[in-house]
Design a protein around this ligand. Structure first.
Ligand code: HEM
Length: 276
């Protein structure tokens, strides 16, 4: 917290302003819950074939794996490994082998926790359709309420970007009426790039979707590459989530949580007119 800041973030004496509409708050929590289930059920599905390929083919006859998680040896001697672009790292106890059980991703990180590709797929597809519907709802509501504009960086934002980066590096977080430059870029990156890419690469793995839109296979270079990209986007979203949580904590969790739950946000007294 910066000097003079109130307990819950936002400087003491700052005014409460209405920051988020009900649509922003509702869709935010629906996609947060959806992404939680999607990630853990996705790791269950990944466990059925914990190898990522680039290209059209997959299988023992092909040498196109970019990532593999597996195990060597048996019983107490079993060792877990992750192989990334040919470089192998021992991950015994976490990836590949956990307490004598040979499994790529540990049970604590999968839904369901027991091995079931079928159950994992049911959960995954349910939340994938829910996420698609929620994003469509967000887009319509954001266009109707003018919220789309809140996410597009203006020229002034881009000019202020170096200062915004320096302020974040020094943990000097301002509480303005709207999002700051970095926040806009991060949220727009998630909503307009990562989530659509996640959905499109997911659909590209489906044969019925390929039959309707064969160009998607050309776009991503085949189903296996689409699967690898799908996994990479999941890692980027997990990275975003970690930074997002850190920022919520640093910016003042009470003020931040109040805003995304009730819409009301306390701004700094010197930010009455400005953004971020
Ligand atoms: C996978 C999970 C999550 C994703 C992808 C995500 C993504 C986002 C995005 C894109 C926005 C901007 C929304 C908009 O303007 O329409 C946002 C806002 C926000 N999120 Fe999340 N979020 C996630 C989870 C969470 C969680 C668990 C919390 C709280 C503990 C949280 C707290 C907030 C807050 C406080 C804001 C508003 C920030 C502000 O007004 O300055 N988010 N989030």
């Amino acid at each position: 917290m910066t000097a003079g800041q109130g307990k819950g973030g936002g400087r003491a004496g700052g005014r409460l302003v209405r920051r988020h509409t009900v649509w922003t708050r509702l869709t935010h929590w629906l996609w947060a819950v959806s992404l939680f289930f999607l990630m853990l059920s996705g790791l269950q599905v990944f466990n059925a074939h914990p190898v990522l390929h680039v290209g059209e083919e997959s299988g023992f006859a092909y040498d196109n794996a970019v990532l593999a998680i597996g195990a060597t040896g048996e019983g107490a001697a079993a060792r877990g490994f992750i192989r990334i672009l040919g470089a192998e790292f021992d991950t015994t106890g976490f990836l590949g082998v956990q307490q004598g059980t040979v499994q790529a991703i540990p049970a604590a990180l999968t839904i369901p926790s027991y091995r079931s590709l079928a159950a994992g797929r049911v959960v995954h597809f349910f939340f994938a359709w829910l996420l698609l519907a929620v994003l469509a709802l967000w887009l319509v509501a954001a266009a109707a309420t003018g919220h789309l504009r809140d996410l597009v960086p203006t020229r002034a934002d881009l000019r202020a970007l170096p200062r915004d980066i320096a302020d974040h590096a020094r943990l000097r977080l301002r509480h303005g009426r709207g999002y700051g430059a970095l926040q806009k870029l991060a949220y727009a990156g998630v909503l307009f790039v990562l989530l659509p890419l996640m959905i499109l690469t997911g659909l590209t793995m489906s044969p019925w979707f390929n039959a309707w839109f064969p160009w998607t296979l050309d776009l991503f270079g085949g189903r296996q590459t689409a699967r690898t990209l799908h996994f990479a986007v999941m890692l980027l979203l997990a990275g975003f989530f970690a930074v997002h949580m850190l920022m919520v904590l640093l910016a003042g969790p009470v003020n931040e949580l109040r805003s995304i739950l009730t819409g009301w946000y306390r701004i700094d007294p010197d930010q009455e007119g400005g953004a971020g």
